[in-house]
Design a binder for this molecule. Structure first.
Ligand SMILES: *[C@@H]1O[C@H](CO)[C@@H](O)[C@H](O)[C@H]1NC(C)=O
Ligand SMILES: *[C@@H]1O[C@H](CO)[C@@H](O)[C@H](O)[C@H]1NC(C)=O
Ligand SMILES: *[C@@H]1O[C@H](CO)[C@@H](O)[C@H](O)[C@H]1NC(C)=O
Length: 319
């Protein structure tokens, strides 16, 4: 373990001797691999296009990053999507698509933005008085150019492995050039403070509250009182959201409601104005539904008679 820690400390030093490169027509600016796509498209299509390069819409975490985006756009277009999605009119409630936190530490919103009444997606203004500023744009309707970002690569022929055993040719703890196609053990890392897919958090509905809002990778929720009967004349609303680049898969493990009257309605978006993609009542098991965006809105409305168990559901973020 000790040798691993020492090696990690040297990591930045070792890599700084290698040339950082960008693949696939991306340009290295301020240590970011960026590429502008001028052809206007919707926010979701833009994100999809970036993902074909294993990237996301650009993340801007500093004034230098912001200048890099201005530089890559130059005079080619007036506005471009960036990888930020705002749930509220507060930079802290705006999440970077690349799972890179929110925009509290650094942002360059124009005055009075973000403004989610306009919509929750964010674009970069690259000309005029507001050049370099960020504004809110319509996620579905607005067609804009966009800037993708991919991780930087290192100009090295081979991949590296660390030897964990001392042999005739190798010393434990040292790194060796290895064919990138070789089969090897590997060590993963993940961000701290995040839920693992394998142990989703449980969100207990609060009886006194009728509105539940979740923003997380995965979780579960149930009708009020489940597995006891729900109450008559009640309305429960569940609002699910994930990162702008992801979608939501919702699974109703069990549904037991009064057929045709106590309905679970699922909207493909963030309100009842969004398209209705599910309408369940009666008895169902393992009903699965997927959003086309990063929001799902679910209502459960019960009438004055015949109450039952209700439902229990789980959700997860998917690419
Ligand atoms: C971009 O626009 C600025 C200001 O209008 C101008 O000075 C500059 O020459 C233009 N650059 C290119 C590459 O067209
Ligand atoms: C859901 O389905 C029921 C029939 O089971 C129907 O009466 C109701 O109008 C539907 N709700 C919506 C919002 O379409
Ligand atoms: C539900 O609403 C109906 C009609 O408004 C009313 O007659 C009934 O008493 C209510 N039931 C409960 C349990 O509140």
């Amino acid at each position: 373990m000790k040798s691993l820690i020492v090696l990690l400390l040297f990591l930045p030093f070792l890599f700084s001797e290698l040339n950082v490169i960008c693949t696939n027509g991306f340009t290295l600016i301020n240590n970011k691999c960026l590429r502008l796509f001028v052809e206007p498209t919707s926010r979701r299509n833009a994100e999809k296009h970036c993902s074909t390069f294993a990237g996301t819409l650009v993340t801007i975490k500093s004034a230098e990053d912001n200048t890099a985006v201005s530089t890559i756009i130059e005079n080619s277009t007036k506005r471009a999507w960036i990888g930020l999605y705002c749930f509220e009119n507060d930079p802290e409630k705006c999440s970077w698509d690349s799972e890179n936190g929110n925009a509290k530490e650094y942002n360059n919103f124009a005055a009075n933005f973000p403004y989610i009444e306009m919509d929750k997606c964010v674009y970069f203004k690259s000309s005029g008085k507001l050049a370099g500023k960020w504004l809110s744009g319509d996620c579905q309707e607005d067609q804009r150019s966009f800037v993708c970002e991919i991780p930087t690569s290192f100009e090295a022929e081979n991949c590296l492995t660390m030897s964990l055993k001392t042999t005739v040719t190798k010393t434990s703890g040292f790194w060796y050039d290895t064919d990138c196609l070789a089969t090897e053990h590997f060590l993963c890392k993940r961000s701290i403070g995040k839920d693992c897919e394998s142990s989703p958090s449980t969100v207990a509905p609060l009886e006194s509250k009728e509105y539940y809002s979740f923003f997380m990778k995965s979780g579960t929720f149930s009708s009020p009182n489940y597995p006891k009967d729900y109450t008559a004349n009640s309305t429960s609303v569940y609002s699910l959201a994930t990162l702008g680049s992801q979608k939501i898969r919702l699974t109703f493990n069990e549904i037991l409601t009064e057929p045709d009257y106590d309905q679970i309605l699922i909207y493909d978006g963030d309100s009842v104005e969004s398209p209705l993609i599910g309408n369940f009542s009666g008895v169902h098991f393992k009903k699965q539904i997927e959003s086309s965006t990063n929001n799902l809105y679910i209502t459960f409305i019960t009438d004055s008679t015949v109450n039952s168990f209700g439902f229990t559901a789980s959700f997860q973020s998917i690419i």
